[in-house]
Design a protein around this ligand. Structure first.
Ligand SMILES: Nc1ncnc2c1ncn2[C@@H]1O[C@H](COP(=O)(O)OP(=O)(O)O)[C@@H](O)[C@H]1O
Ligand code: SF4
Ligand SMILES: [Mg+2]
Length: 366
């Protein structure tokens, strides 16, 4: 794990998306309802560190990434970036701060304007920060940048449709790098790409980080990508952190039952060992009225009465003080391996599977 100073510290951050209600409902005094996409998350990312963020679809990963890059304004909480609270920055101060954090989106097609040429796309963040720069200087800077993502400077005047998925994601990466940000948020950067190209992009990310010392927040379904790229990993469940710690600790000694279930749901790469995957059972609670206790209680094989009434707080577990989990029974379940969940399923110790399995995948093929 990185011992570098803290770059960004998230404190009890929340993002609630209000549900629109009819005027009649409002007049009848119905309470304002909201989707609690991120509901009190705290963690930090150090300079030059890679933090992976995993969790099923809908757990709030993208919303959290957008909060950290201030594409969303938080409903509550603080975002300390090099000590300065940027949670509610607006106007020119927000624009000036934006050079510090860039986002690479999942969909390299949707995130690139099809009418813009390569040099215009890649220089977008530079033009926003330095509007006075001329065309020749912008083209020169982009031509210099392209080889760092494995593209030739000759492509300056091409359009995005002339590139493959991997090529377009390289363009997104070049655009994100153009201002040498301190943090790059990568939201499922390889999930739209085929396996061989995923591996190339991940290799490139690792090489770029060792050259430029960016910090990464890598949002992904791909646990192999987390193993390869990240120093630490955070596990998000329904808008709250279930577990966080070094990649080694969390993936080798998962403590939270949700993390164990996610890892048990991974496909086994060796065909001879292939077996039914664990499916996390039980109903997923709504983010509009989440249950009062542990949010995983409706699906957890280890649930006890206390879990349904008292919310478990994130706390240090085991020998490593930086390994935190939010579970009342962490000490009791710490030694239960993910594979054991499968056996419990068969023995009737856990509820029967009704929910679709996790969306996580285990291999990148490279
Ligand atoms: N702009 C929005 N307005 C309303 N609800 C949203 C918005 N963005 C996300 N959500 C909801 O917030 C929850 C978390 O979404 P998201 O952050 O996209 O999760 P993930 O990236 O983990 O799949 C989902 O229930 C989603 O429908
Ligand atoms: S607090 Fe209870 S319900 Fe929640 S994960 Fe731990 S054992 Fe399961
Ligand atoms: Mg997402």
């Amino acid at each position: 794990m990185s011992s570098a100073p803290t770059l960004v510290q998230i404190e009890d951050i929340q993002k609630y998306f209000p549900l629109t209600r009819s005027l009649t409902e409002t007049l009848r005094g119905h309470a304002k309802l909201a989707i609690r996409a991120v509901d009190g998350v705290s963690f930090n990312v150090n300079h030059g560190e890679s933090v992976g963020l995993i969790g099923e679809s809908g757990s709030g990963k993208t919303t959290l990434g957008w909060l950290i890059s201030r594409l969303h304004e938080p409903t509550a909480g603080r975002i300390l970036f090099e000590g300065q609270d940027v949670a509610h920055l607006q106007g020119t101060r927000l624009r000036a701060w934006r050079r510090n954090v860039q986002v690479v989106f999942q969909d390299p097609v949707g995130s690139l304007d099809p009418r813009m040429r390569v040099w215009e796309i890649v220089s977008e963040p530079i033009r926003a920060q330095e509007p006075g720069l001329g065309r020749a200087e912008l083209r020169r800077r982009v031509a210099e940048l392209l080889p760092t993502v494995g593209l030739m400077p000759e492509i300056l005047d091409q359009y995005p449709h002339e590139f493959s998925g991997g090529g377009r994601q390289r363009l997104s990466l070049a655009r994100a790098l153009s201002l040498r940000p301190k943090l790059i948020v990568l939201d499922e950067p390889t999930s739209a790409l085929d396996v061989a190209v995923q591996a190339q992009i991940l290799n490139r990310l690792v090489a770029l980080q060792s050259e430029f010392r960016f910090a990464y927040l890598l949002i992904t379904h791909n646990v192999s990508a987390v193993k390869y790229v990240a120093d630490r990993v955070a596990v998000l469940y329904l808008g709250k952190l279930a577990e966080i710690g070094s990649v080694r600790e969390v993936l080798e000694h998962p403590t939270h039952p949700y993390t164990k279930a996610l890892l048990a749901a991974l496909p086994v790469p060796d065909v001879r060992r292939r077996r039914a995957r664990y499916r996390i059972s039980g109903e997923i609670p709504t983010l509009i009225r989440p249950p009062p206790g542990c949010r995983f209680a409706t699906r957890c094989p280890f649930v006890i009465d206390r879990c349904r009434v008292e919310e478990p707080l994130l706390r240090s577990i085991g020998k490593d003080p930086t390994h935190l989990a939010a579970c009342h029974r962490a000490e009791e379940v710490i030694d239960i391996a993910p594979e054991t969940l499968m056996a419990m399923e068969g023995s009737g110790a856990a509820p029967s599977p009704i929910a679709p399995g996790s969306h996580l995948v285990g291999t990148t093929g490279g």
